[in-house]
Design a protein around this ligand. Structure first.
Ligand code: ATP
Ligand code: MG
Ligand code: MG
Length: 423
């Protein structure tokens, strides 16, 4: 029995995973955990989407950036994990090294050290996209990334942007090093005329510039990484490669398998994803976002150390080991398969983004709720989040028993409604 269980007044011997963040990823993690008898304690605001999906009195109300609250969560948990990478890692490092105090039933105090997966080292590295990619570039396997350079802040910013333009040409991508999601920290710099608006938009943040990647497609691969308690890598197992469509830098659609991409390239993508993830630390699922270039070569865009939008489709397409179940199993160090073969031939995931009105998505949700195909199935996931323009408030997964092209035809009414909401 663990120390945490000995201190537990709630009488449960189920493992408890303490989760930093309670958004839709945490919600779907809870949906996977519930039937397995795994308890999740969530640190986030009251009634956050994940808390709604899992009834326990272990949740902590507060911010996943607040060290006091993170310690409170650690004291209630057998393991710690994250559903978002923008968390406070200093305190995670301290918990790993020094633990947290917990009170046992007999009144004595003990030091409790819940294992943290993925490692705070991985989370900290990934938080800074510039350092993340330097790490990949200089790793033993020489992982391909776009050329990049750090951009000076303050008065030197203009000069630094000019240097980036001289080095990379136009356009190039200016990016916030930290805190970005859904492209919110990105600015495409088309000419010197964009320097001032770029500084206006992002100038207060630490920045870096990336050479433009003239990709023909974007691919993503989810990888399960397992290691023993001493930190020795056991294995990396890749899900199938998927095609991701980003519009205005937000992922809107995912296709499995990618349309018009050679099986060879998909296999290379999976191999590259495993190479990337084997350079990191800790257990869990990871998303590897990449660019497919015209010459068929691949380049890494970035990694997410958690379940990911591009892996939602696994709930229905790989039901015996969805990305959420895989996150639970890897964190708890339960066995995961050596191969991840989908149970369907094709799958399409469509994000439901909030539209101009709070009910802009209702017609689409209604269609998804009531459509039955002959050779495809439709699954609706709403996150019960307040609808705001461009906010991810749900998704629809279609699975098919024939080609991705046939499934795309069947998905046409859904795709056109999703696109309409964005207009
Ligand atoms: P996420 O929500 O995936 O965390 P993010 O805010 O971290 O997004 P990125 O993944 O860096 O942003 O970029 C978002 C999108 O912008 C990419 O998926 C791609 O479409 C485009 N993009 C990013 N970098 C480049 C580049 N160097 N060249 C061309 N397009 C790029
Ligand atoms: Mg990102
Ligand atoms: Mg990204």
């Amino acid at each position: 029995m663990s120390l945490r269980q000995k201190s537990d007044k709630m009488g449960s011997s189920n493992p408890v995973i303490g989760l930093l963040g309670g958004g839709q990823l945490g919600r779907m993690l809870c949906e996977a955990a519930n039937p397995l008898g795994i308890d999740i304690a969530i640190l986030d605001e009251k009634n956050s989407p994940a808390k709604q999906a899992h009834n326990t009195n272990r949740h902590v109300t507060g911010s996943f950036k607040d060290p006091v609250k993170i310690r409170e969560l650690a004291a209630r948990s057998d393991y710690l994990s994250v559903e978002i990478e923008h968390v406070e890692t200093e305190v995670l490092e301290d918990i790993e090294k020094n633990g947290v105090e917990i009170k046992l039933a007999d009144g004595s105090v003990a030091i409790h050290k819940p294992p943290i997966h993925p490692s705070w080292r991985t989370i900290r590295l990934i938080q800074d996209k510039y350092l993340q990619k330097e790490h990949f570039r200089t790793s033993k396997t020489k992982i391909p990334i776009a050329d990049q350079m750090a951009i000076e802040s303050g008065e030197s910013a203009l000069k630094s942007l000019q240097e980036a333009a001289d080095k990379f040409g136009f356009p190039f991508m200016l990016k916030a090093r930290k805190g970005s999601y859904d492209g919110r920290g990105n600015f495409k710099v088309n000419s010197a005329e964009d320097f001032a608006p770029a500084i206006e938009a992002l100038g207060k943040l630490p920045l870096y510039a990336e050479k433009w990647a003239p990709f023909v497609k974007e691919l993503a691969v989810m990888v399960i990484r397992t290691e023993d308690d001493e930190g020795n890598l056991r294995k990396c197992v890749a899900y199938p490669a998927v095609e991701t469509i980003h519009e205005d830098s937000i992922c809107t659609k995912v296709f499995m398998p990618p349309r018009g991409v050679d099986d060879n390239v998909c296999e290379q993508a999976r191999k590259l994803a495993c190479d990337v993830i084997s350079t990191l630390w800790g257990r869990g699922v990871f998303a590897v976002e990449m660019f497919l270039l015209e010459d068929g070569s691949l380049m890494i865009n970035e990694v997410a150390p958690r379940p990911h939008n591009s892996g939602h489709y696994t709930i229905e397409a790989v039901p015996y080991m969805s990305q959420y179940k895989a996150q639970l199993y890897s964190v708890l160090d339960l066995p995961v398969p050596d191969e991840l073969t989908p149970r369907v031939s094709s799958s399409i995931m469509l994000n439901i983004l909030g539209g101009a009105a709070p009910n802009s998505h209702h017609k689409l949700a209604r269609l998804a709720r009531t459509t039955y195909g002959d050779d495809f199935d439709v699954y609706l996931h709403l996150y019960n989040k307040e609808s705001k323009p461009t906010r991810k408030i749900g998704h629809i997964t279609l699975t098919g028993f024939s080609s991705i092209e046939d499934l795309e035809k069947a998905a046409e009414p859904f795709i056109s409604m999703v696109d309409q909401i964005r207009e």
